[in-house]
Design a protein around this ligand. Structure first.
Ligand code: HEC
Ligand code: HEC
Length: 325
């Protein structure tokens, strides 16, 4: 087991109810035999790298700032309560927490989700369209360049085109739970371990108009097309990152149960919606077979609605099909 230490005291500024210990050891999965492991550089590395052109450093820092505080673009690119770092924790550099640098070393590549060859910009655009319930900065714009520069910087020294990467993404628990997952048990795990920060109603917490704890469902959460809406993705994210400061403390079964519970709640519409959630589920079945979207729950079809949250449109232009003919 790899211990990861959290400086939990940092968070006390937000006057959290549960933070008292200065740091807690946490349990993370082992890397598998033969996996490539990269430790992304830190902010100190960036500031101390004498070889870096100062203009480039400025652009990378701007990208980092957009990544950490994406809410500065609320109403422009972002229409929910998320920052990139809400899910890519530790500045997007932490293994087991969806480190973002692999996108810089493995793309361009074919992506199953949209069935064509994607660039790094397009991968970033994907998280804007689904996870942030928004739309990306224009390709080639200053903001997009800054984000790309930040991703590329985190990849510094990493092997290009290597895909067997330890700690990448959120899938350490596999695709399906051995014993199934249970909504009622998940509700109990939630009440015991999550509600203190994310709220009884999953709406997170705000202080002085700022998001302190992001919501897990509802209008200000990730939309139905987001990777996190897949139960297996949420289960692995939660297992290795939540409760905040105590990752690895839930059993695998608890992580599966609470992931199912969270992802059985309504959230903004999938931007690929055809007007019929069952049909959309069918059309994107390679994705939605892992979500509850378009299935019946409590007498309702999940996702059968026109609610796009705060976003005043359904589909960003960037999701239009792309061909190379
Ligand atoms: C709601 C959670 C969430 C938020 C917020 C989010 N992402 Fe992601 N991101 C994911 C998930 C889930 C994946 C897919 C991980 C996997 O494949 O298991 C992902 C993957 C990525 C990847 C590809 C990483 C790889 O291994 O190739 C990049 C790059 C990325 N996100 C960038 C961003 C950026 C930039 C933002 C902010 C604009 C952002 N993400 C916001 C959940 C999120
Ligand atoms: C001590 C407070 C705290 C507790 C307890 C906690 N979280 Fe979180 N959670 C956070 C914070 C803060 C973030 C965003 C991380 C960041 O911005 O650095 C987060 C992010 C998340 C995210 C990704 C972003 C989003 O809003 O969708 C999910 C999913 C999540 N938590 C689920 C859970 C679950 C499930 C539990 C219980 C097992 C839990 N959390 C317990 C504080 C907490």
């Amino acid at each position: 087991m790899k211990p990861r230490f959290y400086a939990v005291a940092l968070l006390s500024a937000a006057s959290l109810p549960v933070m008292s210990a200065p740091s807690v050891p946490v349990e993370l999965p082992e890397y598998k035999e033969g996996q490539y492991v990269h430790q992304a550089p830190t902010l100190d590395d960036l500031m101390n790298d004498q070889a870096l052109n100062p203009k480039l450093r400025e652009v990378i820092l701007k990208g980092r700032d957009l990544f950490m505080n994406t809410q500065q673009k609320r109403g422009e690119y972002v229409f929910n309560d998320m920052n990139c770092k809400s899910c890519h924790m530790g500045e997007g550099r932490m293994n087991w927490s969806g480190p973002v640098w692999p996108a810089a070393t493995t793309l361009p590549d074919f992506r199953g989700k949209n069935q064509h060859v994607n660039s790094l910009e397009e991968r970033i655009a994907g998280c804007f369209s689904f996870s942030m319930n928004g739309q990306p900065p224009e390709y080639g714009s200053d903001d997009m360049l800054a984000l790309v520069a930040y991703h590329q910087w985190l990849a510094k020294g990493a092997k290009v085109y290597e895909t067997n990467i330890g700690g990448r993404g959120f899938s350490s628990l596999g695709r399906e739970p051995e014993q199934g997952a249970d909504y009622d048990r998940g509700a109990q795990v939630y009440a015991d371990n999550c509600a203190v920060c994310h709220g009884d109603d999953g709406q997170g917490q705000h202080k002085d108009g700022k998001v302190v704890f992001p919501p897990l469902w509802g209008d200000h959460s990730y939309n139905w097309g987001a990777g996190m809406a897949r139960v297996f993705t949420a289960a692995s994210f939660i297992k290795n990152n939540m409760p905040l400061g105590k990752p690895g403390s839930l059993t695998d079964q608890q992580a599966w149960d609470v992931a199912l519970f969270v992802n059985s709640h309504e959230r903004p519409q999938d931007p690929r919606y055809t007007g019929d959630a069952k049909e959309t589920r069918e059309k994107y079945s390679n994705f939605h077979k892992w979500t509850r979207y378009g299935t019946e729950f409590n007498g309702q079809i999940l996702g059968q609605h026109d609610n796009t949250g705060d976003k005043p449109f359904l589909k960003p232009d960037v999701l239009r099909p792309r061909t190379f003919e």
